[in-house]
Design a binder for this molecule. Structure first.
Ligand code: DAT
Ligand code: MG
Length: 140
């Protein structure tokens, strides 16, 4: 289903700050359906694997530590043009540069603690969805 699905995580800062409900509301208000969702704590191994593409970046260690600092909400979202529309909804990686009304502008603390993840391509959306969910966990 190319173009129809994206993958998101509500990251530890947003969970800690009590923003799970606010963020899910923004997502559903924007017209995304939820195909799968779970509340989970990532292990260091899982966080390293999920962000393996950033392994050489200077912030990798900090990123893995942060992503394992508390529970996250992982979800697969459905909508036409899901990847691009969701990246618009979350805003720039650095909340200081994110547009007004975007999820990161509203709820992120900093570039390193930026409230939500959104897949950057259809291919990565499928890889990331499969990383977190088995086929039986999808409602559609
Ligand atoms: P995005 O999450 O917008 O796709 P990315 O894939 O470039 O951004 O980076 C993944 C995550 O790594 C990002 O959400 C937060 C962290 N990160 C990126 N750049 C950073 C930086 N300069 N300092 C600290 N953390 C950073
Ligand atoms: Mg990215």
């Amino acid at each position: 289903m190319a173009g129809k699905r994206t993958f998101t995580m509500i990251k530890p800062d947003a969970v800690e700050n009590g923003n799970i409900g606010n963020i899910i509301q923004k997502i559903t208000d924007a017209g995304f359906g939820i195909s799968a969702m779970k509340y989970r704590q990532l292990t260091t191994y899982q966080a390293k694997e999920f962000y393996a593409v950033h392994a050489e970046r200077p912030f990798y260690g900090e990123l893995v530590e942060y992503m394992t600092s508390g529970p996250i909400v992982a979800a697969v979202l459905e909508k036409d043009n899901a990847v691009e529309d969701f990246r618009k909804l979350i805003g720039a990686t650095n909340p200081a540069e994110a547009e007004e009304g975007t999820i990161r502008k509203l709820y992120a603390e900093s570039i390193g603690r930026n409230a939500v993840h959104g897949s950057d391509s259809d291919e990565n959306a499928e890889i990331e969805a499969k990383f977190h969910f088995g086929q039986e966990e999808f409602v559609n």
